[in-house]
Design a protein around this ligand. Structure first.
Ligand code: PLP
Length: 452
């Protein structure tokens, strides 16, 4: 585990109580000095080193990682080629501040994004350090480009925690509690979750939840609280992430595109979690055959280095110097990691995400047949949600059971993480193999059996 020349482990290896003695010391120090606002799960992982899909904790326990640092380590932990690209760049130029000076990395990555992002070319890119900053950029740009200031977003969405993006985020009240009124004028619409259709049958017609949501916007919002001509943008996740790994219905994004085109509204797709190969295509919106006006990217693009990007139609980016910038955004080392990541994704990992993701999903569907408490298995590529319910007749959410399963997996050496109230998300590194999947499913099966 400690050197890259060693053969990778085949199975997790848990040899201490969790967390072990060294882990407990670190957790105690963390409790003393680090903000308690991080929403950490009940299980406590204290990571020391990681390679590929394997994470070793500070006490020498080895885990199979099916979360990838929350959908970030797309190429696996410390991919040797990414590490080399980072090292080589760090020896040349670590920082220069792209807001004041030039370096070749920024146009190189922006050109690459122009080729791969589902926004009509030509595009321009603003570089940031995180998902929330990519979203902030999109919001400011939409206001600037349209001269409008209202937004439409969806319940259970997550777009970040800075004040602008927080105005759209709506997956948990804890994210809002204490921060008073939202700074932006946002109207939320129920997300068309097909497993839990929030719309009345009469509102859906024969178009299902997608039609329900589109009607809600056109027939209710536009005719009451939110005149279409005042809306700057609709912001949507093609697959809701933190809200529970819920893919939008097939026709939904096309419907949003039509509404936006009809009213001069911009369509912003937040691909922070669903982008960079996660869903078996480079971007989730490709499954929906839709092009956005603006796309937000972060997480998986840097294989763990902090980089975000807001890619927009070039004609929208007609703002003046000073309108938006970032000291660190698009740092040369982060861009070197991103360029190498994209090369690896295009060189086979997106395809692996589709193939091995389908293998994982079919294994989870087998478990759904075995266990009455699995209400839904859904997702694309390696972005798969497993929703826990008390029983399949009522489909009543079973959040405590989900938490028990999450913990039981951890105790057996499998890292998975909850999303939404009662769903487990599978967001492994995109290098995951079928052999890894077999091990993960065996543990998941045991963990469910031990938790019900
Ligand atoms: N948008 C989506 C869809 C996300 O999933 C996240 C983070 O989970 C964000 C935005 C915010 O990203 P960050 O935590 O890097 O600010």
């Amino acid at each position: 585990m400690s050197t890259s020349t060693m053969a990778p482990p085949q199975r997790p290896n848990i040899k201490t109580a969790l967390p072990g003695p060294k882990g407990q010391e670190i957790i105690a120090a963390d409790a003393q000095f680090v903000t308690p606002s991080y929403p950490r799960p009940a299980f406590k992982l204290v990571a020391e080193r990681a390679q590929g899909v394997w994470v070793e904790d500070v006490d020498g326990n080895v885990f199979l990682d099916c979360n990838a640092g929350v959908a970030v380590c797309s190429t696996g932990h410390c991919h040797p080629e990414v590490v080399r690209a980072i090292q080589e760049q760090a020896e040349q130029l670590i920082h220069m501040c792209g807001t004041d000076y030039y370096y070749r990395h920024m146009p190189a990555l922006a050109k690459k994004l122009d080729e791969i992002v589902p926004v009509p070319s030509p595009t321009k890119t603003h570089f940031a350090n995180s998902g929330t900053e990519a979203v902030e950029t999109a919001l400011k740009l939409a206001m600037h480009a349209t001269g409008r200031e209202k937004f439409i977003a969806f319940f259970n969405s997550f777009h970040g925690r800075t004040l602008g993006s927080l105005s759209l985020t709506s997956s948990r009240s804890a994210q809002r509690l204490g921060f008073k009124r939202a700074v932006l004028d946002v109207t939320h619409v129920p997300y068309p979750n097909e497993f839990r259709n929030p719309f009345a049958e009469a509102d859906c017609g024969d178009g299902g939840a997608a039609q329900g949501a589109l009607n809600w916007i056109e027939e209710r919002l536009f005719k009451t609280t939110t005149p279409a001509e005042e809306v700057a943008a609709i912001m949507v996740e093609a697959v809701q992430g933190e809200g529970g790994y819920v893919p939008a219905p097939k026709t939904f994004l096309k419907g949003l595109r039509r509404i936006c085109d009809q009213h001069g509204i911009l369509l912003i797709v937040d691909e922070v979690q669903s982008g960079m190969g996660r869903t078996g295509k480079m971007f989730a919106s490709e499954h929906y055959d839709v092009q956005a006006d603006i796309v937000c990217i972060a997480k998986g693009i840097g294989s763990g280095l902090p980089i975000g990007a807001c890619v927009a139609r070039a004609d929208l980016m007609n703002w003046k110097p000073g309108a938006h910038a970032s000291t660190f955004g698009g740092n040369p080392v982060c861009i070197a990691a991103a360029l190498k990541t994209i090369e690896l994704l295009q060189g086979g990992l997106v395809q692996n995400s589709a193939e091995v993701g389908a293998y994982l999903k079919s294994g989870l569907e087998r478990l759904q047949k075995k266990y009455e408490c699995i209400g839904d298995v859904r997702g694309l590529g390696m972005m798969i949600g497993v929703e826990f319910v008390t029983d399949r007749d009522s489909n009543k959410a079973a959040p405590e059971l989900r938490d028990r399963v999450e913990m039981a997996c951890f105790e057996r050496g499998l890292i998975i993480l909850g999303a939404g109230a009662n769903t487990i998300r599978w967001s492994p590194p995109l290098i995951l193999t079928k052999e890894n999947v077999d091990v993960a499913l065996e543990i998941f099966d045991e963990a469910i059996a031990a938790s019900i």
